[in-house]
Design a protein around this ligand. Structure first.
Ligand code: ZN
Ligand code: ZN
Length: 348
């Protein structure tokens, strides 16, 4: 159906010689759920736009476009590169430039991209004049922090997790406060770092990527009926159980590092105020805990923003019991303003 659609809509030259088939990357892949592949190629965007919500239409477009494009002919480029030999005293430089001109768009008909890079017409051996030198200082950037997509990609590469478990993995590390989301990136918290250090120290085998990948392979083999689950689980669990008992007996309780605030404790006037991380997030406490039991909530004000309800209090960031951030009024409980969205931001 895709081939006939492409032929009719974009002409024969956009239909590849034979349909494209794709190998799955995992032998257990359950293939696309029927709801995430177009059942009728002829139901195009224009058809759906009027009959569903914009979000649904956008999702349909994404699926439809990818699917149809994957059955279209390849794009063809003319690629050229020019290498200029530059000599300065005894220093020799090779300066390179690459150009590419789209000759035939093929599947890119559905994913139009940024324009061509056209290089000037030069002949081999021809001299070129130096107009100016721009020197640019570049730094090597550290690897980017993980976000949902890049974390899943890495897990996939390591053979850890399955499509059905990725969402759970991410919600566990967030719910337990091992990572926090800043913008879209995950930042490890001190709790997360402490937990990982502890586990790597006492459970090096289980914390090894290879171990998890192999474990999941074995479980997949069980799912396919190729191995007995008791054998697989026993091989893992017997030594693991013994290890847990040993660690429980021997290991020292890991301490989560505290952050200094530089302020004195208002209660005992001896200790210093520190920020501790607990099960329900961060809070202020006295460095002399447990002798001094002073605690206080951390108040994070949103700069220069007054409460939209009472107009007197400041807008502050608070956390629900499950650790989700929300905006509230500093005058709570007198004022009960609360919102998921920052005041002034549009609701989606
Ligand atoms: Zn104190
Ligand atoms: Zn208020």
């Amino acid at each position: 159906m895709a081939r006939s659609y492409i032929d009719k809509t974009y002409t024969k030259s956009y239909v590849p010689e034979s349909p494209r088939f794709f190998k799955t990357s995992s032998k257990n892949a359950q293939e696309a759920h029927e709801a995430i592949r177009p059942t009728d190629t002829y139901v195009s965007l224009d058809t759906v736009e009027s009959s569903m919500s914009p979000k649904h239409a956008r999702l349909y477009e994404l699926i439809w476009r990818r699917f149809v494009a994957c059955q279209m002919a390849s794009a063809v480029y003319d690629q050229t590169s020019i290498t200029v030999e530059a000599n300065e005293g005894s220093n020799q430089y090779a300066l390179k430039s690459a150009g590419s001109v789209l000759k035939f768009d093929g599947w890119m008909k559905l994913f139009p991209n940024q324009g061509d890079v056209v290089l000037p017409d030069v002949k081999e051996g021809e001299g070129v004049d130096l107009e100016k030198v721009d020197s640019v200082k570049k730094m090597t950037l550290p690897p980017a922090r993980y976000n949902d997509a890049s974390l899943i990609k890495t897990l996939e590469k390591l053979g850890i997790g399955r499509p059905s478990t990725y969402a759970t993995i991410i919600s566990v590390i967030l719910d337990r406060g091992y990572v926090e989301r800043k913008e879209k990136a995950f930042m490890a918290t001190v709790i997360g770092e402490t937990v990982v250090d502890f586990l790597v120290k006492y459970f090096p085998k289980e914390l090894d990527y290879q171990f998890t990948a192999e474990m999941e392979d074995s479980l997949d083999a069980v799912a396919r009926g190729e191995r007995q689950w008791r054998t697989v689980i026993r091989a893992f669990f017997d030594p693991f159980e013994a290890q847990v008992k040993q660690v429980t007996k021997d290991a020292e309780r890991a301490k989560v590092p505290v952050e200094e605030t530089g302020e004195m404790c208002p209660d005992c006037k001896e200790g210093k105020l520190v920020i501790r991380s607990g099960r329900f997030g961060k809070f202020i406490s006295c460095s002399r805990f447990p002798e001094c039991k002073y605690t206080a909530k951390i108040i994070v004000k949103v700069d220069g923003m007054k409460c939209p309800d009472c107009g007197i209090g400041d807008v502050v960031i608070k956390k629900t019991k499950r650790g989700r951030n929300f905006f509230g009024c500093s005058r709570y409980p007198e004022c009960t303003f609360a919102s998921w969205k920052k005041p002034g931001e549009k609701e989606e």
